[in-house]
Design a protein. Structure first.
Ligand code: ATP
Ligand code: MG
Lengths: 274, 335
C-alpha cells in the first residue's frame, strides 16, 4: 500500500496538500486548498487575518480533522503517508513538528527542559527505567541534553539554559519554541507567525536564523507570516489564500505582482479603515 | 581527596537529603521512649507523615499534572479497609496485603481516570468528590467487609511473618515509606514522564504536538497519585490501628488538598511543611490556647484563614518563604 502511495509524491517533494477543506458551522475556514512543498524549501503561506492559515496548519498536524482532502507526507523513514486520520501525538515521530501562533512553551520548565520535552519521542528507554534512573535512561538523558545544548547554542540562548521559560522576553520564547521543534531531527517544521511580536531588528535577525536552520539541519520550512519583508526576503515560494480559498502560488516577486493577492490585501486595508 | 569529592557529590544529590530527613524523622518516637516527648505527639507526628505521603500523591496530580481530585479520602480509606480485612479477617501477611491494598485502589483510580478523560477543572472536582463519597458510603453499608460504624481494629504490622513491629517500629516503617515516596516523586518529576506531566498542565496542545499521549499520561498521573494515597491508607490503618467510616469523609480530602496548596504546589519539601501546618498546628498549638481552643471546628477555620493568607501573599506556598530567605542569604553573601 505504501509503495502505491510512494508513487504519489515525486522525488524532492515532501508535503503535498490536496483539496483540503474544513468548515465550522456554515463558515468555510479552508476551502479546497492545494499546495506542494519541496525538500529543503522555505515555503510561505500568506493571507489576511482570518484567511484560514492557522486552520491549514491545524489540519496538517491533525489538531483539526479536515472535512475533505489529502495531506501526503514523506516521513523520515522515506515512506509516503496520508496524515489525515493520524493521531495528533503521532505526527511528530513521522518527522513533522510545529510551533503555535501564541507561543506555547512550558513556563515552569527551564529552557533546557522545554527542549527535552521536544525530544519526548526520541527516548529509547522505558518509563520505568527513566523513573528508576537506570543506565540506559541516563544515557538517553545525556544524549538529549547534548542535542539540546547544541541547538540552544545555534540560536544564541545557551546562556539561559537553566532559567525558567516563564518571564523570558517574547523574542527568547519564540526561539525556544523554534529550538524545541529541532530536537527530533524533523524533515519539515511548520511555524505559525514566528516573527509576530518581534521588533524590526529582531525580525531581521530571526529571518537570518530561519535560513541558517534550514541549511544546518537540512529541513523544509513551511511558515505563516504577516511581515511581508520577512516573507519576501526568505521564502523560496509563497502561497496566498483568502477567505479559505486559494489565490496563487509562486516565487515571491511574482506573488507581489499578482492582482488577486494585491486585491486581497487592499481589501483588508480598506476594512481596517472603517 | 577523591573520597571527599564523592561525599560532597552525594550530599548534593537531593535523594541523599530525603534519606537524611527520613533518618532524622525516624528518631522521633525514641525521643518519646526516652521521656522527651509525649506519646500523643508521636502519634500525631506519625499521622502527619502519613498525610504527607498522600499529599505527595495529590501534588503529582494537582501540582504537576493540573488535575484535581476531591476523592482522596475515599481512596485512602478504601486501601485502609482492604488492608484491615486482609490482615485481620483473612490473616494475609503484611507484604501481600500491602500489594493488594495498593493495586486495587490504583485500578479503581485508573478507571476513574479513564471515564473522566476530557473532564476538566470543576467538573473533575465534582466527579472525584462523588467517587469519594460513594466509597465512604460503602464503608458504612458493606457491614460484612467493613464492620460499618462499629469500626475495625487492626494490629501493628508483622514483617516477613516473624518480625512484629511495635509503635516505634511502625513509625520507622512510615519514615521509610515517606523517604521512598519523596525519592519516587523526585525521580518522576525530574525525568521524561515528569516533563510530560508538566506539559500536559502548562499547554495541552504543545504536549500533544511534542508527541505526548495525553490519555496515557493522565492515567499515569492518576495511577501514581492513587498509589501513594493508597500507601498512606495502609500505613494509617496499621499505625492508628483503627478504621471507621467517619474518618474518610470529604473533610479529609479537602485537608489533603489544602496541605498541598499551603505547603507549595510542585514542591516536595512544601508538601511536608504543608502537612505540619494543616494537621500539626491546630492540634499541637491551637487547641491549647485559652478561648480559641474551645471553638468547635477551630482547625477548619484555621486552615481556611491560612489558605487565604498563603494564596494572597505566597501563591507558591509557604515553602517559597524558605527559598526566598535562601536567595537573600546568597545575595548578601556575595555582596
Ligand atoms: N476551532 C474553530 N472553531 C470555529 N471557528 C474557527 C476555528 N478555528 C478557526 N476558525 C475560524 O476560521 C477562520 C480562519 O481562522 P484561522 O485562525 O485559520 O485564520 P488565520 O489565517 O490564521 O488568521 P490570523 O492571521 O488572524 O491568525 C476564522 O474565521 C476563524 O474564526
Ligand atoms: Mg493564524
Amino acid at each position: 500500500m505504501s509503495s502505491q502511495m510512494n508513487a504519489l509524491l515525486r522525488e524532492k517533494e515532501i508535503l503535498k496538500v490536496s483539496n483540503l477543506s474544513i468548515s465550522f458551522g456554515g463558515l468555510k475556514a479552508v476551502d479546497d486548498i492545494s499546495f506542494l512543498v519541496h525538500e529543503k524549501e522555505i515555503f510561505g503561506l500568506i493571507g489576511p487575518n482570518g484567511a484560514g492559515k492557522t486552520s491549514v496548519f491545524n489540519c496538517i498536524t491533525q489538531f483539526y480533522r479536515p472535512d475533505g482532502g489529502e495531506i501526503l507526507f514523506r516521513t523520515n523513514r522515506g515512506e509516503v503517508v496520508d496524515l489525515v486520520g493520524k493521531k495528533v501525538h503521532d505526527i511528530i515521530s513521522l518527522g513533522l513538528v510545529r510551533t503555535f501562533q501564541n507561543v506555547e512553551v512550558i513556563r515552569e520548565l527551564s529552557l533546557l527542559d522545554n527542549l527535552l520535552l521536544g525530544a519526548h519521542t526520541e527516548y529509547k528507554s522505558s518509563v520505568i527505567s527513566q523513573i528508576l534512573r537506570l543506565p540506559n535512561a541516563k544515557r538517553d538523558e545525556r544524549e538529549m541534553a547534548a542535542r539540546a545544548e547544541e541547538i540552544l547554542e545555534v540560536l544564541g540562548i545557551l546562556n539561559l539554559r537553566d532559567v525558567p521559560a516563564g518571564g523570558q522576553s517574547y523574542g527568547v520564547l519564540k526561539k525556544v519554541e523554534l529550538a524545541r521543534t529541532l530536537m527530533t531531527k524533523p524533515r519539515i517544521i511548520i511555524l505559525d507567525e514566528p516573527a509576530a511580536g518581534l521588533d524590526d531588528g529582531e525580525t531581521l535577525q530571526f529571518a537570518e536564523t530561519i535560513k541558517q536552520i534550514r541549511d544546518r539541519y537540512n529541513l523544509a520550512i513551511l511558515l505563516v507570516e504577516h511581515d511581508m519583508r520577512l516573507v519576501m526576503g526568505i521564502c523560496d515560494r509563497v502561497c496566498a489564500i483568502n477567505f479559505g480559498r486559494y489565490l496563487a502560488c509562486d516565487i515571491p516577486a511574482e506573488i507581489q505582482k499578482n492582482k488577486h493577492v494585491q486585491e486581497a490585501y487592499l481589501g483588508e486595508e480598506e476594512s481596517d479603515v472603517d | 581527596m577523591e573520597k571527599n569529592k564523592a561525599i560532597s557529590l552525594l550530599l548534593k544529590d537531593p535523594r541523599t537529603r530525603y534519606v537524611i530527613i527520613g533518618v532524622l524523622v525516624a528518631t522521633i518516637p525514641f525521643l518519646a521512649t526516652a521521656g522527651l516527648l509525649r506519646s500523643a505527639v508521636v502519634i500525631l507526628i506519625g499521622s502527619i507523615l502519613i498525610y504527607s505521603v498522600a499529599g505527595l500523591g495529590i501534588n503529582i496530580l494537582l501540582g504537576y499534572s493540573g488535575l484535581i481530585s476531591l476523592g482522596t479520602a475515599g481512596f485512602m480509606g478504601f486501601a485502609a479497609y482492604i488492608a484491615a480485612y486482609l490482615t485481620m479477617n483473612l490473616g494475609f501477611p503484611f507484604e501481600i496485603t500491602l500489594l493488594i491494598s495498593i493495586a486495587v485502589p490504583v485500578l479503581l483510580g485508573l478507571f476513574v481516570g479513564l471515564v473522566s478523560f476530557r473532564i476538566e477543572g470543576i467538573y473533575l472536582a465534582i466527579a472525584t468528590l462523588s467517587v469519594g463519597e460513594v466509597l465512604r458510603r460503602s464503608f458504612e453499608e458493606l457491614v460484612g467487609f467493613t464492620n460499618s460504624f462499629a469500626g475495625m481494629r487492626v494490629n501493628y504490622p508483622t514483617l516477613f511473618g516473624v518480625w512484629s513491629l511495635d509503635r516505634n517500629g511502625t513509625f520507622v516503617l512510615i519514615a521509610v515509606a515517606l523517604t521512598l515516596a519523596m525519592i519516587l516523586t523526585h525521580n518522576i518529576v525530574h525525568s521524561r514522564p515528569g516533563r510530560a506531566l508538566h506539559a500536559m498542565r502548562g499547554s495541552t496542545v504543545a504536549a500533544q504536538a511534542m508527541g505526548v499521549n495525553i490519555l496515557r499520561y493522565r492515567l499515569f498521573a492518576f495511577a501514581v497519585s492513587t498509589g501513594l494515597v493508597a500507601l498512606a491508607g495502609v500505613l494509617y490503618v496499621h499505625f492508628v490501628r483503627f478504621t471507621h467510616p467517619d474518618i474518610w469523609g470529604w473533610g479529609l480530602s479537602l485537608n489533603i488538598l489544602a496541605l498541598v496548596i499551603i505547603g507549595g504546589l510542585r514542591s516536595i519539601y512544601g508538601t511536608l511543611l504543608g502537612a505540619f501546618v494543616v494537621f500539626g498546628i491546630p492540634s499541637l498549638i491551637l487547641v491549647r490556647l485559652p478561648i480559641i481552643g474551645d471553638i468547635p471546628g477551630v482547625s477548619f477555620v484555621f486552615n481556611g484563614i491560612v489558605i487565604v493568607i498563603v494564596v494572597l501573599l505566597y501563591p507558591r506556598g509557604i515553602v517559597s518563604i524558605f527559598t526566598d530567605i535562601g536567595k537573600l542569604i546568597k545575595k548578601t553573601g556575595r555582596a
